[in-house]
Ligand binder design. Structure first.
Ligand SMILES: *[C@@H]1O[C@H](CO)[C@@H](O)[C@H](O)[C@H]1NC(C)=O
Ligand SMILES: *[C@@H]1O[C@H](CO)[C@@H](O)[C@H](O)[C@H]1NC(C)=O
Length: 176
């Protein structure tokens, strides 16, 4: 009798513990949420973003339509480039809009340190850089992110207009 009465209480306790752990790891909608900072260095001795193609008209256009930039950009845990590197954003962005600066981002976030070390996320989407928040799709992943889906929100921390070093905060919402 005593054993039968204790079991449901024990189960409730276990369920509460599992729920508490779950709440810490996701934002309540079954999504894991975390932030990284993306550093696009176009100037200086060690650029991480290099223009690899353009149309003859790209430079004459205020939107740089037709230019393509290859990137191997550091991803850090904090906004400063000197903060801990957790991975790289590798791929390209294309100036894909004739009316505004609108990029097609096509990149892997390759994690090389921290809790996601060894895994990657594939991100593809439109990045209208002058908007305060841009949403892009997370279309897949590897490692712990295998079969992942989700979305990223990008917010500019520093446009890099003077320094040639753009800093963007990426908040990632991942359904693993
Ligand atoms: C276009 O502008 C880029 C960046 O300022 C420069 O590197 C490139 O040489 C220019 N290309 C032409 C054809 O003017
Ligand atoms: C990341 O994972 C690799 C492969 O397991 C390992 O060699 C490396 O030391 C790890 N890096 C960090 C910073 O944890």
């Amino acid at each position: 009798m005593a054993k039968a009465a204790a079991s449901p209480a024990f189960l409730v306790l276990v369920l509460l513990c599992v729920a508490a752990v779950g709440w810490a790891a996701d934002d309540g909608a079954g999504l894991t949420k975390f932030k990284v900072y993306w550093h696009d260095v176009v100037a200086g001795p060690k650029p991480t973003a290099i223009r690899v193609a353009q149309a003859p008209s790209s430079n004459g256009s205020s939107t740089y339509f037709g230019a393509v930039v290859a990137i191997d950009d550091p991803l850090t845990s904090g906004p400063a480039l000197s903060s801990a590197e957790v991975g790289r954003a590798q791929g390209s962005y294309t100036f894909a809009d004739q009316k505004t600066i609108g990029l097609l981002m096509s990149m892997n976030f390759v994690f090389t340190a921290g809790e996601h070390n060894g895994s990657s996320l594939a991100i593809m989407g439109r990045n209208e850089v002058l908007s305060s928040v841009r949403e892009m799709g997370i279309v897949g992943g590897t490692g712990k992110f295998r079969m992942a889906k989700g979305y990223a929100e990008a917010r500019t921390v520093d446009s890099g207009a003077k320094s040639g070093k753009t800093i963007v905060e990426y908040t990632l919402f991942v359904k693993e």
